[in-house]
Unconditional design. Sequence first.
Length: 134
Amino acid sequence: WRPKKSVDTFNVEQLIELGKELTLAHWQKSQPSALVTVNSFIARGVIAGLEKLNISPEQWPAIVSFDDDAKPQPRFFTAMQLDWREVGNIAANLLWARAFASSSDLPMHCKISMNLQQRLTSQLRWGHDSSRVA
């Protein structure tokens, strides 16, 4: 789901409202099994929209966000944290390579590491259990 209008990415209330509006507008047409949101504020808005639609949590899609906010929430979702220094370094290296490469029209790929944010509800060392598949 993509917004039709731009929002101030530094305005938390606008981001939460946008997530809620997108959920209310699109849920009846498309009920995805998973959603990846650009940040945790949009994810909080998605949850607010699902609650407003009276969708039971058992029917919610899996929700993954980036850049977890520290504010305690009654509902949890998976959050991945990017190391913005690493993102900046990789972006600078890609731009440098493009500027001085002999063939700059070829696609360039890179991998960026992300850290899974552990929740208070997570079992200790759950990610280290080889019998589980994430």
